[in-house]
Design a protein around this ligand. Structure first.
Ligand SMILES: [Zn+2]
Length: 102
């Protein structure tokens, strides 16, 4: 796992840390060393979970095939369960921890 220069991980939640390690394992299956491009830094939508340390952006441009992003997102989600969402955006993959209380 690597971090883009300037990524601020001070204050990320323990749940997100676990999620990042799982995501890194899945990226490795596709032959890529995962790069985290944003955590508590950068600008995000007003209500974004990035600001509470529960959102991460992962680089997708270094994947070997474009279709890998969807496969990786699906596998991460499968491993982490219902409290995580993984969304493939045009420039990156967004992952967030949001507990669903039922
Ligand atoms: Zn994001």
């Amino acid at each position: 796992m690597r971090f883009k220069k300037g990524v601020n991980f001070q204050g990320i939640s323990p749940e997100l840390i676990l999620g990042l390690f799982v995501a890194n394992e899945v990226y490795a299956l596709y032959g890529v060393n995962m790069t985290v491009t944003s955590l508590l830094d950068s600008k995000h939508s007003r209500t974004s979970l990035h600001y509470s340390g529960n959102g991460a952006d992962l680089r997708t441009r270094d994947l070997k095939a474009k279709a890998d992003a969807d496969k990786i997102a699906k596998e991460i989600k499968l491993r982490l369960g219902i409290h995580f969402d993984v969304i493939v955006e045009s420039t990156h993959m967004h992952m967030e921890y949001q507990p669903h209380i039922s």
